[in-house]
Design a protein around this ligand. Sequence first.
Ligand code: SF4
Ligand code: SF4
Length: 71
Amino acid sequence: MAKFMVKIQDETCKGCGVCVSVCPKKIIGMRKQVNQKGYSPASVTDESACIGCASCAMMCPDGAIEIYQVD
Ligand code: SF4
Ligand code: SF4
């Protein structure tokens, strides 16, 4: 089964939470720490459960998420 890597750019994320709400596997949450702009960035809580649907990447208004397939 394909595995995926979810890369979220901490410093680009504005902490809007859209990716958290669209992920069908509910594996994105918000960090407690803030980035340099003062936003709490999103982070993946269980990358091994990612199905690579890319909904998070498509919906992110700031293009802060990239999905890679890893074999
Ligand atoms: S690619 Fe899909 S399953 Fe993976 S983190 Fe993004 S929304 Fe969730
Ligand atoms: S949708 Fe983009 S900007 Fe919004 S919390 Fe997720 S990664 Fe950050």
